[in-house]
Design a protein around this ligand. Structure first.
Ligand code: NAD
Ligand code: SER
Length: 316
C-alpha cells in the first residue's frame, strides 16, 4: 500500500495535487503538510500537519511514523520572490531538497517527486523549441537552485538508487489557489483583474512569450511520470514539459473575446529581465516518447474555464 507525503500542500500546485492524490490512493493515505495552514478542503478531507521542511528531524519522524513510501516535495521560493531575498531562498530551495533526499536514502523511500522549472534555462539557451539537452546558464537565484537540484536528484539516483522523478514545469495556470510569487503569475492575475475591473496592468511587456500549462494537465503529467514504469524513464534529471506558448497580448486578445471592453496596459518591472532569460516555447518530445506526456488544454479552452470558474468564485 502506498503512503504519500505532500510537502507544500497549501500552494498553487499542492492544493490541487493533494486532492487528486487522495482520489487515487485514499484520503487517509495522503498526508498533507505545509509551513502554513491548509485550505479547508485539504485539512478536512484527510491528515494534515504543519511541517517546516527545513526541520529534518520532524520530516524523518513523520516519514517513519506514518510509513511513508512516496514524497511529493513542492515547497520552494519561486522566481520573483527569490530575487528579493536571494540567500534565504537559496537556503530553503536547496536545504529542503537535501533533507528529502537524505531521508529517502536512509529509510529507503520508494519514490520522490521534486519539480524543476523552465527557469533552469538562461539567456544563452535557444529560446524557441528549447531542446531537452542544451546550454543551461540560468541567471536567477531560483533558476540556479533548480539546475543544482536537477543535478543532485540525478546524483542520488545514480549513486544511492533513490528513485527520483521530476518535470520542468512551465508557468502553471489555475483558478483554485493564487500563484506563489513567480514570473508567470501574470497569466493567473489577468483573469481576476479582467473579471473584477475589466482591465489589467501587466508586469511583463506585450511580446514576452513564455511556456504555460493549465493545472489539470500539469497534475496529470506529474502523476503519470510518478506512475511510469522505471524502465521507461531515459533520464533522471527533469523532463521538459511544454504546454501552451503565448505572450501577454495574445492572452489579452483571447480574454477580450469574452469581455469585449477588457483593456491591458504594460508596466514591466524586475520580472521582465527574468522572463527575457527564459525560453518562449520548449520541446517536450522526450517526455512524450518516454511516458506518453500529452495535454488537453489549449489557450482557448483554458481561457473559457478560467473565466467561468473565477467568475463563480468572485460572485460568492
Ligand atoms: P507556491 O509558492 O504556491 O507553494 C509552495 C508552498 O510551499 C506554499 O504553500 C508554502 O507555504 C510552502 N512552503 C514554503 N516554505 C516551506 C517550508 N520551509 N516548509 C514547508 N512548506 C513550505 O508554489 P507552487 O506554485 O505550488 O510550486 C510548487 C513547486 O513547483 C515549487 O518547487 C516550484 O518551484 C515548482 N514550480 C511551480 C511553477 C508554477 O508555475 N506554479 C512552475 C515551475 C515550477
Ligand atoms: N512559474 C514559475 C515562476 O515564475 C516558473 O518556475 O517562478
Amino acid at each position: 500500500m502506498e503512503k504519500i507525503l505532500v510537502i507544500g500542500c497549501s500552494g498553487q500546485i499542492g492544493s490541487e495535487l493533494t486532492l487528486e492524490l487522495r482520489k487515487i490512493y485514499g484520503n487517509s493515505n495522503v498526508i498533507a503538510t505545509d509551513i502554513r495552514p491548509a485550505p479547508a478542503e485539504i485539512s478536512e478531507s484527510g491528515p494534515f500537519e504543519i511541517l517546516d521542511v527545513l526541520d529534518a528531524s520532524k520530516l524523518q519522524l513523520i516519514c517513519e511514523h506514518e510509513k511513508v513510501t512516496q514524497v511529493y516535495h513542492l515547497a520552494a521560493i519561486l522566481s520573483g520572490n527569490a530575487e528579493k531575498r536571494p540567500m534565504p531562498s537559496w537556503d530553503i530551495n536547496m536545504r529542503s531538497l537535501f533533507n528529502v533526499l537524505e531521508i529517502a536514502k536512509e529509510i529507503k523511500l520508494k519514490r520522490i517527486f521534486w519539480p524543476s522549472s523552465i527557469a533552469v534555462f538562461g539567456p544563452t539557451t535557444p529560446r524557441y523549441n528549447t531542446p531537452q539537452y542544451t546550454v543551461m546558464e540560468p541567471n536567477t537565484v531560483y533558476g540556479i537552485s533548480k539546475l543544482a537540484g536537477e543535478r543532485w536528484i540525478e546524483y542520488y539516483f545514480n549513486k544511492y538508487g533513490v528513485d527520483t522523478r521530476s518535470l520542468r514545469y512551465p508557468g502553471l495556470i489555475s483558478y483554485k489557489t493564487e500563484a506563489g510569487g513567480g514570473t508567470t503569475d501574470y497569466a493567473v492575475e489577468i483573469f481576476y483583474e479582467a473579471i473584477r475591473h475589466h482591465k489589467y496592468e501587466c508586469f511583463l511587456g506585450p511580446d514576452s512569450a513564455l511556456p504555460m500549462m493549465f493545472m489539470s494537465d500539469a497534475i496529470k503529467a506529474t502523476i503519470d511520470v510518478m506512475e511510469a514504469d522505471a524502465s521507461k524513464l531515459s533520464l533522471r534529471s527533469s523532463y521538459n514539459v511544454a504546454g501552451i506558448c503565448f505572450d501577454p497580448k495574445t492572452i489579452a486578445a483571447e480574454i477580450k473575446k469574452h469581455i469585449p471592453d477588457f483593456e491591458i496596459t504594460y508596466k514591466p518591472d524586475f520580472r521582465q529581465a527574468i522572463a527575457d532569460s527564459w525560453p518562449a516555447c520548449i520541446d517536450d518530445s522526450v517526455a512524450r516518447k518516454d511516458w506518453g506526456l500529452d495535454y488537453v488544454y489549449d489557450l482557448e479552452k483554458m481561457t473559457n474555464l478560467m473565466l467561468e470558474e473565477i467568475g463563480k468564485k468572485l460572485k460568492k
